[in-house]
Structures are given as structure tokens and as C-alpha cells.
Design a binder for this molecule. Structure first.
Ligand code: SF4
Length: 318
């Protein structure tokens, strides 16, 4: 196993209102997942479910409160600053908005050379060769190195963001909604590029998305999150063809892909999930769930193994 994330927790504290009162938001409540070499794990769920926090906490861009993250046998959460820098060379991030990761005053070539310099991997002619090679790999001409980020389209900028993640030759890429800001036709091109890179480099991915169609195309396995917890996970085709958890059924029926679970989902009231600031006790999904019973309102359902390699957290679904 390349990446093993176990029981990750994170609570954000803040203040709101007048007079101000303390608030806390439990973004991650015991989140666990694993990713093998060359495998893509999708993390899906509605906005605010904690999927982006889970991705960022894996890299310690958000510092988790508890749990463990193990990358290729190394304890990420115990790593000191130097060890963490080395680990981050192997675990790279691709963001929804590549502009946020690119300095507008820095030429693309410098942006790609910077990580190679910082990690003392290459210099001189070797550095130039690596920058050109990675631009070619993501489908950009060598001349792109001389230009600034604003001179490129959104899709091209995302190619630059991917090139910057790849230049250090990582084993794992954490991609947070990498195509959701792009037009549909451009989305398809970027997804094809990512799929080719995944196969050519045997890259592993944690792929965060609200778009089930995208996850279905790209990910071998998928985990569904609801208010800080994973409630169902398993092989992507199993999960989407025969969803079991009532929330997965709802999510699946709301997706534009053809939906065999639509009949079941019709009995589930639509609407917003409850506030993550004040989640319901027991199973967080119980106010929206047609199968809810007394035990659901009192006890958190544990994740347990179900059929066809899936795990499921529900008191009332086998
Ligand atoms: Fe519904 Fe209960 Fe299952 Fe939660 S545990 S999804 S409330 S049946």
C-alpha cells in the first residue's frame, strides 16, 4: 500500500455573530482510506463534507488533530520540517485553480525549475532539459517556458499546474477538483492527460470531486463522505451501479449519469445537508433518511465490510 490514512480528525475553531461566540466545525471525524501504487481513489460528497480537508490533511497543508498518515512506510504526521519537505517531493498537489499555485510574475519555465532547484535535483542543462520534457509531457511547447501564466487559457494553465506537480516525479498526486473550473470539452482533455500520466508513470491519485461522472471515468475506487465521515467506499463501478448507503443512493440519483437507483432515491427528501457546525447525533444522515430508526438517532454506525469489496456505515442496510 502506498498511502495509508487512518482515523484522521480535524476540528476548525472560530468565532461568529455579535457578540462573538466560539464555534467549532468537525471537518474530519475518523476518516480512513488507502491508495495503492498506480491507483486512483475518488473522494466524493457535497460541498462542506470534508473531502478537500481530507486531501489537504494528508499532505499536512491542513494540520490534522489526530490519526495517522503513512506514505510508502513513512509516518507523515511525525515528520519534522526536513523530512516533510522530502516527503512532499513524492506527494504533490494539483489545485482546482492553478493560478493559486502559480506566481503571476514568474515565467512558466522558472515556476517549473523552482522545485528542482529547491530540492537540489537538477541544475544547468539538466534542469532546462527536465523543464522542456515535462512541458512536452503535458502537451505544451517548449516556448511556453518563456511566457507568463496570464498568457495561457484555463486549460493550458491547468496543464502548467500538472507539470509543476510532475516535475519532481512524485508517486502520488492529490488533485482537488482539478477539472471543475474548466469547460466540459477542456475537462475531457485534461482528464485524458491525467489518465495517460497515471498509466505511463504508474502514478497514484487521491482525486477529490463533486462530479460523479468524472470520478467514474478516472478512479478505480471511490469513497463517499458525508459531514466529515466516510459512509461508503469500494470499487467505483460497484458503488455507482449498486449504491447501498441511502446517501450514496441520493448522490447517485442526483448525478446526470444514467441511474438504476432513481426509484429508491425518489423516497429520499432532497435539500441541504445539516450544518457541519451542528451535525445531528448518531448517523449524521438520519434527518434525511427514509430508513432511519431509533438506533440511527443515537448511535454512530461503524464502517463494516459488505459485498464486492465495499465498506458501509449504516445500521439498517446490509
Ligand atoms: Fe439511514 Fe440509519 Fe443507515 Fe443512517 S444508519 S443511513 S439514518 S438507515
Amino acid at each position: 500500500m502506498l498511502l495509508d490514512v487512518a482515523a484522521l480528525t480535524k476540528t476548525f475553531h472560530g468565532q461568529e455573530g455579535f457578540p462573538p461566540r466560539r464555534t467549532s466545525l468537525r471537518a474530519l471525524d475518523g476518516v480512513s482510506f488507502q491508495v495503492g501504487h498506480g491507483e486512483a481513489l475518488g473522494i466524493v460528497g457535497e460541498s462542506g463534507c470534508g473531502k478537500s480537508t481530507a486531501a489537504r490533511a494528508t499532505l499536512r497543508l491542513v494540520e490534522p488533530d489526530g490519526g495517522s498518515v503513512n506514505y510508502d512506510g513513512q509516518d507523515v504526521l511525525a515528520a519534522g520540517p526536513k523530512a516533510l519537505r522530502t516527503l512532499r517531493r513524492h506527494m504533490q498537489m494539483v489545485f482546482q485553480d492553478p493560478a493559486s499555485a502559480l506566481d503571476p510574475r514568474q515565467r512558466v519555465g522558472d515556476a517549473l525549475a523552482e522545485p528542482l532547484r529547491v530540492h537540489r535535483i537538477a541544475k544547468g542543462a539538466d534542469l532546462v532539459r527536465r523543464v522542456k520534457a515535462v512541458l512536452d509531457e503535458v502537451g505544451l511547447p517548449a516556448a511556453a517556458a518563456e511566457r507568463y501564466p496570464h498568457e495561457f487559457s484555463g486549460g493550458q494553465r491547468q496543464r502548467i499546474g500538472i507539470a509543476r506537480a510532475l516535475v519532481l516525479e512524485p508517486g502520488l498526486v492529490i488533485a482537488d477538483e482539478p477539472v471543475s473550473a474548466l469547460d466540459v470539452s477542456v475537462q475531457a482533455q485534461i482528464l485524458k492527460l491525467l489518465a495517460r500520466l497515471k498509466a505511463d508513470r504508474r502514478l497514484a491519485f487521491v482525486f477529490v470531486s463533486h462530479d460523479l461522472g468524472v470520478v467514474r471515468y478516472f478512479c478505480e475506487r471511490t469513497a463517499v463522505m458525508y459531514l466529515g465521515r466516510i459512509i461508503e467506499s469500494g470499487p467505483t463501478s460497484t458503488l455507482f451501479d449498486t449504491p447501498k448507503h441511502p446517501y450514496t443512493v441520493l448522490l447517485r440519483s442526483a448525478s446526470p449519469v444514467p441511474d438504476p437507483a432513481a426509484e429508491v432515491a425518489r423516497s429520499i427528501p432532497e435539500g441541504e445537508p445539516p450544518s457541519p457546525m451542528n451535525p445531528p447525533p448518531g448517523c449524521h444522515f438520519h434527518p434525511r433518511c427514509p430508513l432511519a430508526s431509533d438506533v440511527c438517532r443515537a448511535e454512530v454506525p461503524p464502517l463494516r465490510a459488505s459485498d464486492a469489496g465495499r465498506v458501509l456505515a449504516c445500521h439498517n442496510v446490509e
